[in-house]
Design a protein around this ligand. Structure first.
Ligand SMILES: Nc1nc2c(ncn2[C@@H]2O[C@H](COP(=O)(O)OP(=O)(O)O)[C@@H](O)[C@H]2O)c(=O)[nH]1
Ligand SMILES: [Mg+2]
Length: 191
């Protein structure tokens, strides 16, 4: 690991009065691996609750991270979108929450958008990229679960994703810790 973590803890939601710190937000559809990736970045097994608990992840959750010799920051777990049957109400609620979060937040330094390496980008991903662009927030794209593909297929999917959005994705894998250092580097570049 290229950074040393002093402490990492859940500190509350977007509705709590939290001290101002730089924020790094993780976005992506449900089950893409957001919580697992945050845990892997923090070297924790289960600080962030993983797997399908839709009710638990509707809020914007803040995890405070204290680093050795670097400023403290928040990793922000945005609610997953794209449930199998998204109701319009749920989609509208997500759009409002996300749009306010992106536009009314001076501490937001970077959007880390996750997409499953096996899936194509859909409207929701383009919406997130668009929100980031309009709010002038830098964004990186992470293609998750790369351990699910062999080398050749991984290359194919990476170029397909790059073609779809003109962004070079960072491939990640929680079990092999692939991509973790590169994602930390993108965070430190904006810290
Ligand atoms: N093989 C593999 N499985 C992963 C990876 N990341 C997450 N998962 C699994 O995908 C499922 C959803 O992960 P979770 O982190 O809860 O997704 P979230 O809904 O985006 O927060 C869980 O069963 C994880 O164990 C990965 O890099 N590789
Ligand atoms: Mg989650």
């Amino acid at each position: 690991m290229i950074v040393k973590i002093k402490d990492a803890q859940y500190t509350g939601t977007v509705y709590d009065q939290l001290p101002d710190l730089p924020e790094f937000a993780f976005a992506g559809r449900s089950n893409v691996g957001k919580s697992s990736l945050i845990n892997a970045l923090l070297g924790r097994k289960a600080l962030v609750r993983t797997s399908k608990q839709p009710g638990k992840t509707r809020n914007i959750n803040y995890f405070r991270v204290d680093l050795v010799d670097l400023p403290s920051l928040y990793m922000v777990d945005l609610p997953g979108y794209g449930y199998a049957r998204v109701s319009h109400d749920l989609k509208d609620a997500w759009d409002r929450l996300a749009s306010r979060y992106f536009h009314e937040n001076r501490n937001l330094r970077l959007i880390i958008l996750l997409v499953d390496i096996r899936r194509d980008l859909k409207d929701e991903e383009f919406e997130v990229l668009d929100l980031a662009r309009k709010a002038a927030i830098p964004a990186v794209l992470v293609a998750t679960k790369s351990d699910k593909l062999n080398f050749g297929n991984k290359q194919k999917r990476v170029s397909e994703i790059r073609r779809q959005c003109a962004i070079e994705p960072i491939t990640s894998s929680v079990p092999t810790r692939g991509g973790i250092d590169t994602i930390w580097q993108s965070i430190m570049d904006q810290l």
